[in-house]
Design a protein around this ligand. Structure first.
Ligand code: M7G
Length: 374
């Protein structure tokens, strides 16, 4: 708990958002009220930049009224500053467009600059496929890929070394084996406890993901679970039994971290095909020390990701299929046994993909920019 760290601050560039020049829209999610944009900052150079705008969730204090027990603490919708345009009133129904005070109009914005091809893929709408990754497939396909091609962990090390986001740290246990840093996730607007989203990043640097976890990490995981709950209760007053704590598989960043948010909030990236509850992970390791070295772990790959092409080499993934036998292909049943009418493996890949897109439009929910971010 007493390790010293090099805490020389890293200087960040300053962005003038108003100078952003749009190239194209990557996603526009009407459910999450977010939009991801690809463009450039001409004054910074010609590199691609991604800008994400997301409307903030409501805080309960935003709707306080003068007749509430407590008089409204500004800013609130219900003040004389509210501008109201009536669209129509029909019988008992009224429809209005309202513009609240400036303080309530802010939009959360995330900038990635310079953005790599991999970032652009991640923030774009695309077809998604489920892979059932056996330990063998992990060793042969996923691991070599992620070792040679992954997002930089610079931002993680900056946090662990107190070079960035130091003032945002909520809690730190400096033990090199069982310690971690708890801080707000990039996705959280930091204003609304309802949508609290924290990240617990472990100090140990040799655990890439869930796959690497074994019995020897139980002390770390138990400590992270308990200390995070205590710290969150102390700081935000959230009942520890109301917290969702989970890993992503595959994560975007291969340095072990846990996502934490309140169960009553449907945070981005909580889908079952991506999340593994910390409680379940701990329990699996208690029952079987090498569970994650033996388990088949499903995960999602999206069109445009090179790993999908590597898997496609091994298994038919994109081709639409009829029901197949678990017996013959125990690890690839969902990936199919043969082509359906109109689709054949001989068809040029590009055409096949286009036809599948037309046949199965992506549901709205999965357009999420923040989920893409997730
Ligand atoms: P992940 O499971 O590896 O990836 O989680 P994904 O959820 O993006 O698919 C990484 C988490 O780190 C995400 O929830 C990000 O929002 C968060 N994150 C990413 N970056 C680059 C930063 C950062 O610079 N600071 C903070 N505080 N969080 C970040």
């Amino acid at each position: 708990m007493s390790e010293t760290v090099d805490s020389a601050e890293v200087k960040s560039p300053s962005y003038e958002l108003s100078k952003f020049r749009l190239k194209r829209i990557l996603t526009n999610n009407s459910v999450r009220k977010s939009i991801s944009l690809l463009g450039t900052f001409p004054d910074l150079g010609t590199d691609d930049a991604i800008v994400v705008f997301e409307k903030n969730a409501y805080r309960e204090s935003d709707v306080a009224t003068a007749s509430s027990e407590e008089s409204p603490k500004k800013p609130s919708y219900f003040t004389s500053d509210l501008k109201v345009d009536t669209e129509f009133i029909n019988n008992i129904y009224g429809s209005f467009q309202v513009v609240p005070t400036r303080d309530l109009c802010s939009v959360k914005s995330t900038v990635i600059y310079p953005a790599t091809e991999k970032h652009i893929e991640k923030y774009s709408v695309s077809q998604k496929y489920l892979i059932r990754e056996t330990p063998d497939l992990y060793q042969r396909i996923t691991l070599p890929y992620l070792t040679s091609s992954q997002f930089s962990l610079e931002w993680v090390y900056n946090i662990l070394e107190h070079k960035q986001e130091k003032e945002r740290i909520v809690y730190e246990d400096k033990d090199p084996k069982t310690g971690f840093i708890l801080l707000p996730d990039l996705k959280w607007d930091g204003r609304n406890v309802e949508t609290l989203y924290l990240l617990a990043i472990v100090h140990k640097r040799d655990i890439k993901s869930l796959r690497d976890l074994n019995e020897s990490h139980l002390d770390l995981l138990r400590n992270l679970r308990q200390s995070s709950k205590d710290a969150i209760f102390k700081l935000y007053g959230i009942n520890p039994n109301q917290l969702r704590m989970y890993f992503h598989y595959q994560p975007s960043f291969y340095h072990l971290h846990v996502h934490i948010n309140p169960v009553r909030n449907d945070a981005p990236g909580i889908w079952c095909e991506k999340s593994h509850m910390l409680d379940t992970v701990i329990n699996n390791l208690e029952l079987m020390p090498d569970y994650y070295q033996k388990a088949t772990l499903p995960f999602v790959l999206y069109e445009g990701n090179k790993l999908l092409d590597l898997y496609e080499h091994e298994l038919p993934i994109r081709a639409l299929t009829v029901a197949s036998g678990d017996k013959e292909h125990p690890d690839t049943d969902s990936l199919g046994a043969g082509p359906q009418e109109g689709f054949s493996d001989d068809e040029p890949e590009e055409r096949q993909c286009k036809r599948i897109k037309l046949a199965t439009p992506e549901p709205k929910e999965s357009e999420s920019a923040v989920q893409a971010c997730a």
